[in-house]
Design a binder for this molecule. Sequence first.
Ligand code: C2E
Ligand code: MG
Ligand code: MG
Length: 564
Amino acid sequence: MTKKTIAPDLMYRLLVQGVKDYAIYLLGADGTVLNWNAGAERAKGYKADEIVGLNYECFYSPDDRAKGIPRRNLDLALRNGHLTTEGWRLRKDGTAFWARVALDAIYDEDGTFVGFAKVTRDLTEQRASEQRFQHQARHDALTGLPNRDGLIECLELELPQIAYGSPIAVHHVDLDRFKPINDIYGHQVGDQVLQEVAKRLFAVAGASCVVGRLGGDEFAVLQFGAPGSGSMAAMAKSIVEALSVPIAVGPRLLEIGASVGVACAPGDATDLNELLRCADLALHTAKENGRNGFRFYEAAMGETKLARRLMELKLRHAVAAKDFVLAYQPIVNGQSNRTVGFEALLRWTDQTGQPISPALFVPIAEEMGLMPELGEWVLRTACAQATAWPDDVTVAVNLSPTQLNDPLLFDLVAQVLRETGLPARRLELEITETAILANLGAARETLKRLRGLGISIALDDFGTGFSSLSLVRELPLTRIKIDRSFVSDIDGGSRTTAVIESVVALCRGYGLKTTAEGIETDGQRLGVMMSGCSDLQGYLLGRPQPASQIEWPGTTSVAASIEA
Ligand code: C2E
Ligand code: MG
Ligand code: MG
């Protein structure tokens, strides 16, 4: 085979013409297209005879041409010898593609400027996937909203605007009852709820706001422009209202509700992290104030946090030193008027002699992880105490959510009963819906095993939380305690007696006992008894008192018999 020599000029021409991935061609000094290769034909759709001789301006949009961009790019390439740029260019059929362009000024052997070498690459697909990736990194896949990173980026971009008199409000939104819904109905239902929440927030926020999902059941609405306190309050109120409308998922209507904390830049903070912290503090206060509402950030909220830290410190010491006592409140049978049991209630007095309510410190001890230790002390002390009471009197012990979800709870209770000698039938454990819903499956199993020992299980504060009737049916309960809020309304009208009546009827159907909590007046006692409630508890029947002050018929006090 004879070897054919190719002239260098032809070699270059063949090389350039043959390249298909890059459009490579020459432009005259004024931008006239001088030649054309296969890559250019593929990228732009023109054949060589259609384009050679025309000005390369035709690849630009009318808008870019009107702005003089084609000419300016040539000038830049000439001045600097080289220009790389990216932008939308047009194909022959009018469709646009994203082009990366390199323009080089070229000179002949004498150094005379002759025009430009132009290399263009179609990066439309690459750009789309980059944008998809960027979108994914900054957006939440479930709702399509910006995620925490996306929101922070948006705030970083907008925060400098506050210097020009354009304040920003951050509305930190947290759903009130999302977790139980997720636990009971499963993640699929939970996901649908979150998608609906996103839609509602989007509709409420409108065009001047950005809505994002911070994670879990937390969202944020960034309100730009000039949000005075009036418009901030109106926005927060609309958010709360929009989310208090029940959400329909399949056949279910789910009541979720939300709390909102509002902070504003520059009023509350000018720094990004500080602004988010203020909104978070405001949100916590809104939650503490009973949920389903909104709060603006106030400087005092920081002080509250300080007070809380002090409380944590004192509590840690108190738990280590077992610096608590138990008070016992009688539970009285409505028919016989006999005391059938006592509920053990924690009492704590700090070093200054100030009594602190368990409603305040128990949840804090719970959050600090101190409840297993403190709860074990309560259980042991109450069971030991009850052994001194008549054999038909029970003792009720409250369990915190972490205690109920502790896999060692069963062993602990069995051990305490063994050690104190209290028969299992005399112990009643009080649990709350929140504790059960934290881990429904595990709670059900533990409760079944405890029931197996002969221990009674009461569902406390019924009516304040989720009040799921399916829970009442599903769990091995022996008693429902109807919350004080239903009892305290009795004197005011008959509507609440109707609620108590229906709960009692339901419980009777399942063979459960009922206790009405918080009876303070004769009217309430009568109302509750007419509703058919089996047992009564409240200040009218007896306040919580130290074991030493409990009096039994025929004796002065149990303490006297114990201490004797
Ligand atoms: P709870 O278990 O529902 O206890 C009943 C609460 O209602 C007690 O408040 C009791 O003093 C109060 N109460 C009883 N009758 C009346 C009445 O007629 N009127 C009014 N206004 N209140 C009445 P307390 O002792 O302040 O306890 C509050 C909550 O703290 C308890 O609610 C319980 O959830 C929690 N707690 C108390 N001790 C313990 C404990 O040892 N462990 C756990 N995990 N929680 C406890
Ligand atoms: Mg209780
Ligand atoms: Mg209660």
